[in-house]
Design a protein around this ligand. Structure first.
Ligand SMILES: [Zn+2]
Length: 281
């Protein structure tokens, strides 16, 4: 609730025209078929805290695109900007395929904990073999987002990631009305790589349910994104030091791995594969 109030306050205090000036797009790279990967900056581009939101990395899981579209109209809390990317897999989104135009699962192609995998989880011939992966790496290392949220389908839970702020992930789940589940560690995922490279940041996956998001669910996700955005008030009145996301969360040991799945689970669902993932460590 406090975040919502602050958002409204920030919107009310914004000088006329600043919202339009604060929104611009940039191209962060190109796909195999030379489609641009675009990022839209929502909020003050000089804001110290950055939240990366990616609507789609698997082209067959596109419900998150509705969230990124809606987020462009949001006003982040003061001190925070949203870096909004509809898709890092425009070729797969166009064709409706999980992988990119090479058939590579981009969420198995990142260079931390990478393993050679084939089939539907094709990791690519080597870490960072795909141009989309390399574009994301360069962008993330340049912008160093404090939080990164990557949308998937169809498991309907917030996928808790090791190395990411647990309280923050659980807060997202609560506001979005979802379960928070800790699953097996997967090879070569973008969140795992981000949490390794940006140890102060938090990257995690939100698994939307199958199908399109109803309007009420869509707004719940926008609220959740706003709710996890820290505000200047978090550091107290002095404001001498920008707050860290870590400081807002709960540090400490993480609970043991939970192998928790909805039932029944279709065998093609990624979560089912996680249960038997031979590389799940
Ligand atoms: Zn996915």
């Amino acid at each position: 609730m406090a975040a919502v109030v602050l958002v409204s306050l920030a919107a009310a205090l914004a000088p006329t025209g600043s919202a339009a000036a604060a929104r611009h797009t940039d191209v962060i790279g190109y796909s195999v078929q030379h489609r641009p990967l675009r990022v839209a900056v929502v909020g003050d581009p000089s804001a110290p805290r950055k939240v990366l939101v990616v609507g789609c990395i698997h082209g067959s899981e596109r419900a998150g695109l509705a969230v990124t579209r809606a987020l462009r109209k949001a006003t982040p809390p003061a001190g925070t900007q949203f870096l909004v990317v509809d898709t890092v897999n425009p070729d797969g989104c166009r064709s409706g395929t999980r992988g990119n135009a090479h058939g590579v699962d981009l969420n198995r192609n990142f260079p931390w904990g990478w393993r050679r995998l084939g089939g539907v989880f094709d990791s690519g011939p080597s870490p960072s073999s795909e141009p989309e992966t390399r574009a994301v790496e360069a962008f993330v290392l340049r912008e160093r987002p404090d939080v990164s949220i990557w949308f998937h389908q169809h498991l309907n839970w917030v996928d808790l990631q090791r190395g990411s702020d647990e309280a923050l992930m659980r807060r997202y789940a609560t506001v979005a009305g979802m379960r928070a589940v800790r699953t097996a560690v997967l090879p070569g995922t973008v969140a795992r790589w981000e949490n390794h490279r940006l140890s102060a940041g938090s990257a995690f996956f939100v698994e939307l349910p199958a199908g399109r998001l109803p309007a009420a669910r869509l707004s719940a996700h926008v609220r959740a994104l706003l709710a996890i955005a820290p505000t200047d008030s978090a550091v107290g009145a002095s404001g001498a030091r920008a707050p860290t996301w870590r400081g807002l969360g709960v540090a400490g040991s993480l609970p043991p791995v939970l192998y928790e799945l909805p039932s029944p689970v279709a065998p093609w669902e990624e979560g089912a594969w996680r249960l038997i993932d031979p590389y799940g460590r």
